[in-house]
Design a protein around this ligand. Sequence first.
Ligand code: RB5
Length: 145
Amino acid sequence: MNKEKIIIGSDHAGYELKEKIKLYIVELGYDVEDIGTYSKESCDYPVIAKEAAGLIMKGKAQRAVLICGTGVGMCITANKSKGIRAVVCSDTTTAKFSRLHNNSNVLCLGQRITGEYLAKDICKIWLETEFEAQRHQYRLNLIEN
Ligand code: RB5
């Protein structure tokens, strides 16, 4: 079976957590495409979030994990693109329900907010939970139209 490819990206404030989450996503059995940043040198989160959103909109991947200081800037930016349903998570329940009910396709994490082990748990639940569809699909259609 083909592995799902997950886009991963961060700014400088999320770089260290990105490197750890990247390895963890591979351990979970997914392919990962790292779109940067590649060091702790200061950079701009909107550039990375827009690139990730563009890749999803072009069908190059279904989902992305984006990390900045709080996760907020990545989330605000990604949600500007049609078809992106980005969520900031610092708990596993929100991660789970954002998949079950909202079919979230971008998970945003904050390196300055969430520790490595919790971030990994959030990521695993988010990656492994399927959208429930049914009545929730009707509501997602209302968001888009
Ligand atoms: C960078 O200092 C910080 O503002 C950024 O990583 C992010 O937290 C923005 O939402």
